[in-house]
Ligand binder design. Structure first.
Ligand SMILES: [Zn+2]
Length: 374
């Protein structure tokens, strides 16, 4: 994605440019951190076309920007409630980075079937705290990706509009907290749940056996190799190995060893390279928030979870201990001794039907905002 072409002099006074664009200067600076000398990124504008030549002055820039569409929170694309296949998520990520160029995107690895795994990042480079958030570790919990991407677009929009949401200034959050966001951890599994296995001819037979020959893949949680990615991390993995399925299955098989699967290995690498201060894992279902692990979670977690509960109007309940190991969050708390929360969105039977989206979003939006506050 390229910015618009400008004479380097136009960028000499970025506060004038920020004013002209009605954008906060910090946001503009962040969007242009890696821009070339003659390139300008304009957060919050949909660039349907590019300027014919090089823009030489601020007044030319003013005229050109007048022909572009500034996003508004009411735009359909921003409010859209939709289900994301791997391909749809990829298109959405491209749209997000084009309109919100302060968001960076990189591939952190590939799924078993070679689909790229993306990490989006937002936050000033002076931000002191880091939060990691992810969705769709489990295939039939794909609604978590819908919730997380919708919320992420809302965050980006609030930044461009300099808005305050739930009493939190989006720009203050951006200055203080850097967010690492992986919206789709298990793309092969999500596509399998959504479309079945017909498209994967050579794997169809074996997947059908792993799926206990059910006619559809609605209950599939694992990755495409039949490994439960959230029972696949080195945190008392042996306990899960002994009591869970011993062979690949649509759910609960912890693998033959931790981190053999590329999706889990990519997430493990991402965290070890840049350990966050707080981790948020979105799952379904139960309207519960798991926040402890064997008593080694930080003290502050109980207070944060109480605030999460209040922001959901007490629909969501914090649960300190559950008899479960080898999860991504379990490993994170055990290894780093930092805050980790698994948020079980919604209530019902997985996969939760999409008509529950609006209700889930309403109950959890405040939690997602609060998760970026320290
Ligand atoms: Zn789950």
């Amino acid at each position: 994605m390229a910015g618009i072409r400008v004479k380097p002099e136009v960028k000499q006074n970025m506060s004038d440019v920020a004013q002209l664009l009605h954008i906060d200067e910090r946001l503009l600076a962040s969007a242009n951190e890696t821009a070339k000398n003659d390139e300008l990124f304009c957060p919050g504008y949909v660039m349907n076309k590019h300027s014919d030549g090089v823009i030489e002055t601020l007044s030319e820039l003013f005229r050109f920007i007048g022909t572009c569409k500034k996003i508004s929170p009411a735009d359909n694309w921003l409010k859209e409630e939709r289900i994301y296949s791997a391909q749809a998520a990829e298109v959405e990520i491209k749209n997000i980075t084009a309109v919100f160029p302060f968001v960076t995107c990189r591939q952190i690895g590939f799924s078993v079937l070679g689909k790229p795994l993306y990490e989006l990042k937002a936050g000033a480079n002076t931000a002191r705290k880091k939060v990691h958030m992810n969705a769709s570790f489990h295939a039939n919990e794909w609604i978590t990706t819908s919730v997380a991407l919708r919320w992420f677009k809302e965050y980006c929009t609030a930044l461009c509009e300099n808005n305050t949401v739930f009493g939190y200034s989006a720009l203050d959050i951006f200055s203080r907290t850097s967010l690492s966001f992986v919206p789709l951890v298990n793309p092969d599994g999500v596509d399998l749940v959504l479309y079945g296995c017909e498209a994967l001819s050579e794997k169809s037979k074996c997947l059908s056996a792993l799926n206990e020959h059910r006619p559809d893949f609605r209950e599939w949680k694992a990755n495409i190799n039949g490994v439960d990615l959230n029972k696949h991390f080195p945190a008392h993995w042996d306990i899960e190995r002994q009591r869970k399925p011993k062979a690949p299955s649509y759910r609960d098989f912890p693998g033959t060893a931790p981190l053999t699967e590329p999706e889990a290995a990519a997430m493990h690498r991402l965290i070890t390279e840049q350990p966050p201060d707080r981790l948020i894992a979105l799952h379904t279902q139960g309207e519960e928030i798991y926040w402890g692990y064997m008593g080694i979670e930080p003290e502050g977690s109980s207070q944060v979870v109480r605030e999460f509960e209040a922001l959901s109007e007490h629909r969501y309940q914090g649960v300190r201990d559950i008899d479960s190991h080898a999860g991504f969050r379990d490993w994170f708390i055990q290894h780093y001794g930092k805050e980790g929360y698994t948020i079980e969105l919604g209530k019902g039977k997985n996969p939760l039907p999409f008509h529950m989206f609006a209700d889930i979003y309403k109950a959890t939006e405040g939690i997602l905002w609060r998760s970026l506050i320290f």
